[in-house]
Design a protein around this ligand. Sequence first.
Ligand code: GLC
Ligand code: CA
Length: 564
Amino acid sequence: MKKIASTSDPLWYKDAIIYELHVRAFADSNNDGIGDLPGLMSRLEYLKDLGITCIWLLPFFPSPLRDDGYDISNYTDVHPAYGTLGDFKAFLDAAHLRGLQVMIELVVNHTSDQHPWFKAARQAPPGSAERNMYVWSDSEEKYKDARIIFTDTEKSNWTWDDTAKAYYWHRFFSHQPDLNYDSPLVMEEMLKAMRFWLDMGVDALRLDAIPYLCERDGTSCENLPETHAAVKTLRSAIDAGYANRLILAEANQWPADVRPYFGDGDECQMAFHFPLMPRIYMALRQEDRLPITDIMAQTPPIPDNCQWALFLRNHDELTLEMVTNDERDYMYFAYSADPRMRINVGIRRRLAPLVDNNRRRIELLNSLLLSFPGTPILYYGDEIGMGDNIYLGDRNGVRTPMQWTSDRNAGFSKCDPARLYLPVVMDPIYGYQVVNVEAQLSDQSSLLHWTRNMIALRKLFQVFGRGTLTFLNPSNRKILAYLRELNQGDGFRETVLCVANLSRFAQPVTLDLADYAGCEPVEMLGYVRFPTVTRDPYVLTLAPYSFIWLELQVASAVEEMPVD
Ligand code: GLC
Ligand code: CA
């Protein structure tokens, strides 16, 4: 029997606006310096007012927290610092009551070395079912074609275990042993964990580090057919037992390698578009649309029930794995002057500091995020232009407490400031005295108000989440222009023309809109009528870093239409 879902539309994720946050970073209800579920619950109205429709929670499970919770020691409970299972249920119900969906993490690839499965495995005899829940070897020679991902901390994907007297396999930190998907027990346990949260009513699962589930000698140990088979098993269990749920693939891969994670619409409904993200920053810095149009040209079509997940920033470094060597050099040069800003193969900075706190550039990037084909994901704090702290270790610089007010600890917690899980940002530009929710709520021209308006606008037009994309090809390459179109049935077609100026100077552009002759463009933010489209080139002038969205309305019947 299908379980009741929190939403009636099986394709709800196509129209969603996702907000990514860490419970620990959002709001602290008991003033111990650590954000918690009751704290998050008290901020649900804020999220509702922002207009987002789905909350993505980073891992909140019991964990030694050596990888911010991606090192799980129990899949079916809540870390005591964040609350109880009861608190989670209360949060989930409160979110659903407000029409918000909830996505959580299913960390399928690895556990903490403190997980009881691993503790048992290292004690168990070689070859036993318990031992085989992880990947063991007598030598480091096995699977040597697999790359190292955390290049700053790890020298090998194998670590010696003195208790087991063998090496165990790990694609990430050495305290995160990889699960062995050749063991039926592993899939059985993962299905149990998945059902535990789906039964409770969780709407979506982000499948963490999905390309690395299976390993085979002589391969890169990424995206193997066996891995896809495992993902399909998870998906069929969802389809068999639940309605309107979603799995999102975290596969940091080239578009052609991500495409198989959608299967024939029977694997993941969503996948992140990793290669697009750095190219948006590149296009902005080079004032040239080519990096964007080029990667979109390499992006294969996906099944009808599937959707790309788009983002500008997240809790990790701005990854530069999916770019060429030259592009990587350029990105490091352009966006990380201080070597402290770099980690692994990427840049650990937030959105606002990446673009020198330039409001027009922040808005331009968000306009792309909100109008490109896919579902946009906002990272907490970026809606108020929060800064980062590059002096904190690992990726903690982009994981500091949410800045609510100019009060002590940014209104995040009333604890002794020394007790905070991470210090709040305090510098004179991005510090909480200047950048905070309260101040921006009372300022009608704040980034927060702008973001709210844009989200509200996007939600009025289904074409953004569901329509096709066609690039126009104006000779001025500093201009990125594209059409989004959706057939609404009954001959009604929603057509939106988006034009963005990637340059720091004003730019003219002439667009070939002959196919739309007779249409009446209406600027969507102000509902301002623009000159009717004719067969002649359509001329626009754009201010520095500006964008314009025009709905191309079919002219009313009374007016003369050019015919031929
Ligand atoms: C994913 C997470 C990252 C984590 C890694 C290893 O890539 O996004 O934060 O460190 O998995 O668990
Ligand atoms: Ca707390």
